[in-house]
Design a protein around this ligand. Sequence first.
Ligand code: PEP
Length: 249
Amino acid sequence: MRTPFIAGNWKMNRSIGESIQLAKLLKVKLADVSQVDIAVCPQFLALPEVAKVLAGSNIHVGAQNCHGNPSGAFTGEVAAEMVADAGATHVILGHSERRQIFGETNQGVRARLAGALRAGLHPIVCVGETLAEREAGATIDIVSDQVKGALEGFDAQALRHLTLAYEPVWAIGTGKTASPEQAQEVHASIRSLIASLYGQDFAHALRIQYGGSVKPGNVAELMACTDIDGALVGGAALDAESFSNIVHF
Ligand code: PEP
C-alpha cells in the first residue's frame, strides 16, 4: 500500500513573511494528518524560514529546483547541497515551467537529479505532455521519453526516494483538470514503464502524483484512481484552507 503524498508548489509567490505565515497556518491545520505525506515548496529565499517553522512537524519542505553541480561558476543557480543545507528534504525537478520557460531538457533534468540524489534529497520529477502533443496522440510516447530521459543511468537503489509527478501541461494553472480516466491511463503507463526498467516491486512502491488544477473539489476522484498516489498542487496550495482540504481528501 502506497502512502499518499501531497505536495504544494508555491512557485514564485509569497514574500518571506507571507511564506512564514502560510507555513504557520498549515502547521496547525495539518497537525492531525498521519496517513498522508505532505510537503511544501516555497521560493528559495523563504525556504530556510519555512523549514524552521515546520521543523519537527509532519510537513516536509522542498525546493522547486536545484543544480546538478555541488558548487562552481553557475550564476543564478543553487546546488542540491545548498538546498539541503537550507533545510529542504525534497526537490521538484523538471517542472513544465522549467522545461518550457527556461529550456530544461530531459538531459538537464537528469543532471539536476544526479545532484539531488548525491545531496540526499527526495526528488519529485515532473513529466507531462502539451495540448498539441495530446491532440496528436503522442501523450504516452512523450511522457515515456521524459521518464526514461530523466532516470537513465540511475539504478533502483539510487532512486528509492523518487516520486514522479504526471502533470499535463494543458492542465497546469488553467483550471482544466485531466479527467480521472485520462490521468489514470497515463499513470498506469508510467508504472508499467517503470516496472520494465526497475522491476515490479520498485514499480509497485513508486508514488506517482497527479498535478494540474487539483482543488478540494476534484482531489477525491483523482485519488480514487488505482495508480494515482498523491498530488502536486500549484494555485490551490497558496491558500491554507484549500491546501488543507486537499490533504484531508
Ligand atoms: C503545478 O504547478 O505543479 C501545478 C499543478 O499547478 P496548478 O495546481 O496551479 O495547476
